[in-house]
Design a protein. Structure first.
Length: 324
């Protein structure tokens, strides 16, 4: 009886794990809207937990009562788990990209949830940052940040001069250092992707791009298109891309960015899995959709997350340097 139960649990977990591995490999499924598929594949990393259950269940069943079918299923679970882990383990191993020089740029990217993040807590969280990238910022939120003293730390700012009164479309950049060449990343895809050159002491000019592509909507097909437009418009040298990407590392859009040479700062420092959404309510964060990416000529020396009241996203905080 125990062997049968263990086999059933292990077999079910193996099916779930295999499904997540297959889902990560498939760019889409006929009959399933592209945005819906993107939502489903946001959780493929959880396949590692399914494989753990599968190996424990099937391994226990083999020990209780040896059977060729159970042994074969256990071997299959081990093989698929190994494949799945090759995608995840590198994020826990620091990259061999030494930093050069003394110049450093610390960037905090924070989604404000329609401007609802607590302004005082946000100013405090950004106390050690050099650049603050805000998405879903509204005009009332900007005024509240001014009242909370954000200008004392960040005397320079860039972004759309007419932030919305409400909603998710506002993007803004604050900086300790002077800004130049600021404007929309690409006017054809809207003002919620913003770029500016930051004059960083000891580092020189670094382009900071604040991004916030739309989230995938059940039954929609626009998500991947905007992600691709953003990818094509990004600068390829001395650039930091920060914000709410509405995409996880497993998505094809993020894999294409890696193929272009962009690297996630948490991967570079070996920080492992850092889910950022949802960060409000009883459910803990489950997916990592907020990122700080750097071009191939830069590296990251530190990474962390920030919890703020009033928003459903954790912030991501990364320190960037020239690559040695």
């Amino acid at each position: 009886m125990a062997a049968s139960l263990s086999t059933a649990v292990g077999g079910l977990a193996l099916a779930v794990g295999a499904g997540t591995t297959l889902a990560r490999l498939l760019p889409g499924v006929p009959g399933v809207a592209p945005d819906t598929w993107a939502m489903v594949t946001s959780f493929t990393d959880a396949g590692a937990l399914a494989y753990l259950v599968a190996l424990l269940g099937l391994g226990g069943a083999v020990l209780l009562r040896h059977h060729r079918a159970r042994l074969a299923a256990g071997v299959l679970a081990l093989v698929l788990a190994t494949v799945h882990l090759t995608w995840l383990v590198p994020g826990w191993v620091a990259d061999d990209r030494p930093a050069a020089g003394t110049g450093r740029l610390t960037v905090l990217a924070q989604n404000m949830l329609f401007g609802g993040a607590d302004p005082g807590a946000l100013v405090a969280a950004a106390a050690d940052a050099d650049v603050l990238v805000l998405t879903e910022v509204t005009e009332p939120a900007r005024l509240a940040l001014e009242a909370a003293g954000i200008g004392e730390r960040f005397p320079h700012e860039a972004g759309d001069g007419s932030l919305p009164r409400s909603g998710p479309s506002g993007t803004h950049v604050y900086s300790r250092f002077p800004l130049s060449a600021e404007g929309p990343l690409d006017a054809r895809i809207g003002d919620h992707h913003w770029r500016a050159d930051v004059a960083v002491p000891g580092l020189g000019a670094v382009t900071v791009v604040a991004v916030h592509p739309q989230r995938p909507v059940r039954g929609g097909d626009d998500w991947a298109g905007e992600q691709e437009q953003v990818r094509r418009a990004l600068p390829r040298t001395r650039a930091v891309i920060a914000g709410d990407f509405n995409a996880v590392d497993a998505h094809p859009t993020m894999r294409r960015l890696r193929a272009d040479g962009f690297r996630d700062s948490d991967d570079l420092v070996g920080a492992g899995w850092n889910p950022t959404y949802p960060a409000q309510g009883l459910v803990p964060p489950l997916i990592a959709i907020d990122h700080v990416l750097v071009t191939d000529d830069l590296t990251a020396t530190d990474f962390g997350t920030v919890d703020l009241p009033g928003t459903d996203h954790r912030g991501v905080l990364a320190t960037v340097a020239l690559r040695g």
